[in-house]
Design a protein around this ligand. Structure first.
Ligand code: DSN
Length: 443
């Protein structure tokens, strides 16, 4: 072992797989809406010596010595978060989005109390109350849904809130392509005296850039990851708004305490520094243009996909993502579309659609977004090309239908994958994807 050797000499096996991943990204289109490409500066902070330091506690009150500079870094991250999201309190220590949401529940609920959140198959997150998650096990969870047209069923949400009187209501989705109705959800939360927590993980970059309405005037608490449209490292921020602090002046302290000693130990200081860098970048004028282009690209892609005969949930998008409803091809066909697109070098994820007729593991839709390709510099012209490439690939999956009998599915899908690899139209598309990507730099 040589502690000073570069990775490629010290651990060639890991180095090789990183190079393979880089090649995969260079030759393909990354359309997963929760991913992005961080800047060199973010990567530099993330790969820095800060990873070595222990600093349990908060700036000015740590359990370890030697935190003079760590304190400055964390304060910069906190101040930038407060400025970017226009809030009076921010905690930047949650390791990622799920722990952030867990900390919110821990801060404002006692075990067994009631929370209400968007149901997972309708675009909610595991931590919004899903039955197999801590949020649905340790708390009484009341899920609300989307209507068949893809929009949130606010009438149902209000009815459920009045009936169950939740103490915490989540708004915010991982697979919702329309503007989040913060104002309407706040009316419901206020009517029953609940905390309203807005999980803006997906749209955070759009909110900072002013391209999506901010939840700050409406919610009491805001959580976000930092690696989606915000284009930072993996990580999270928990914020309390003015409205939140007037409901509960101790809300910030409660959130801090939920993080440590409640749930976590030492913060990841390299991650905190990289979050600070990403927030600095997100407040530059170029980032606003970037966020505007994400949405323009997404609308152009949705329109072109519909012109190519595909069905988009809710008939379009207001943000960075959309869902393709594949039920016209068959129930549970998301798995075929994801695999075939993967074979063609187009990365998306299979996803449930509102009122899903199949299951989360074999869903009937795919989810895609434009944050990454926009970072690469692609515009509306490329979105039209991507739509044509995707439609050609999805067309090749029409002949496949998910077997009704569960025990037949694994073999059927294995055979489908084999046939896809030998499909000339899909392999031809793979070549065209590679050519398209060669004109756009990743890093
Ligand atoms: N896994 C994230 C997403 O893809 O949206 C949510 O946590």
């Amino acid at each position: 072992m040589n502690r000073k050797a570069p990775l490629k000499d010290e651990d060639p096996e890991i180095y090789e797989q990183i190079q393979n991943e880089l090649k995969r990204r260079r030759e393909g289109l990354e359309l997963i809406p929760s991913e992005n490409l961080t800047s060199k500066a973010v990567l530099e902070a993330l790969g820095s010596i800060l990873t070595d330091k222990y600093s349990e506690g908060f700036p000015g009150r740590r359990y370890y010595g030697g935190n003079e500079f760590i304190d400055k870094i964390e304060m910069l991250a906190i101040k930038r978060a407060m400025k970017a999201f226009k809030v009076p309190f921010a905690n930047v220590q949650a390791y990622s989005g799920s722990p952030a949401n867990q900390a919110v529940a821990f801060a404002v609920l006692k075990p067994g109390e009631t929370l209400m959140g968007p149901d997972l198959p309708d675009g909610g997150h595991l931590t919004h109350g899903w039955k197999a998650n801590f949020s649905g096990i340790y708390y009484k969870s009341v899920p609300y849904h989307c209507r068949a047209d893809g929009y949130i069923d606010l009438e149902e949400a209000r009815k459920l809130a009045l009936e169950h009187k939740p103490k915490l209501i989540w708004t915010g989705f991982t697979a919702y392509s329309r503007e989040f109705p913060f104002e309407e959800m706040a009316e419901i939360a206020d009517e029953v005296g609940a905390y309203l927590a807005a999980d803006i993980a997906h749209i955070a970059g759009l909110v900072v850039a002013g391209v999506h309405k901010s939840p700050a005037p409406y919610a009491h608490i805001i959580t976000t990851t930092t690696h989606k449209t915000l284009r930072g490292p993996r990580g999270a921020i928990i914020m309390a708004t003015d409205k939140g602090l007037s409901k509960e002046p101790e809300l910030g302290n409660k959130i801090d305490k939920a993080i440590i000693p409640g749930l976590q130990g030492g913060p990841h200081n390299h991650q905190t520094a990289a979050i600070a860098v990403a927030l600095h970048e997100a407040m530059q004028p170029e980032f606003r243009e970037y966020a505007q282009q994400i949405v323009k690209n997404c609308k152009a892609l949705a329109q072109a996909l519909m012109e190519n005969g595909l069905k988009i949930v809710s008939g379009g998008t207001d943000n960075h993502l959309m869902l393709i409803d594949l039920t016209p091809h068959g129930k549970g066909n998301g798995v075929f579309a994801q695999e075939a697109l993967d074979a063609a070098g187009i990365t998306v994820n299979k996803n449930t659609i509102p009122q899903e007729p199949s299951s989360p593991f074999y869903p009937s839709g795919i989810r895609l977004g434009t944050a990454t390709v926009t970072t690469q510099g692609m515009k509306e012209r490329e979105m039209k090309q991507i739509a044509e490439l995707m439609a050609a690939v999805i067309d090749e999956t029409r002949q496949y239908q998910l077997p009704e009998k569960k025990e037949e599915r694994t073999a059927y899908i294995a055979n489908f994958k084999k046939e896809i690899q030998a499909n000339p139209r899909i392999m031809g598309t793979r070549q065209r994807v590679k050519e398209l990507c060669s004109g756009f730099e990743l890093y």
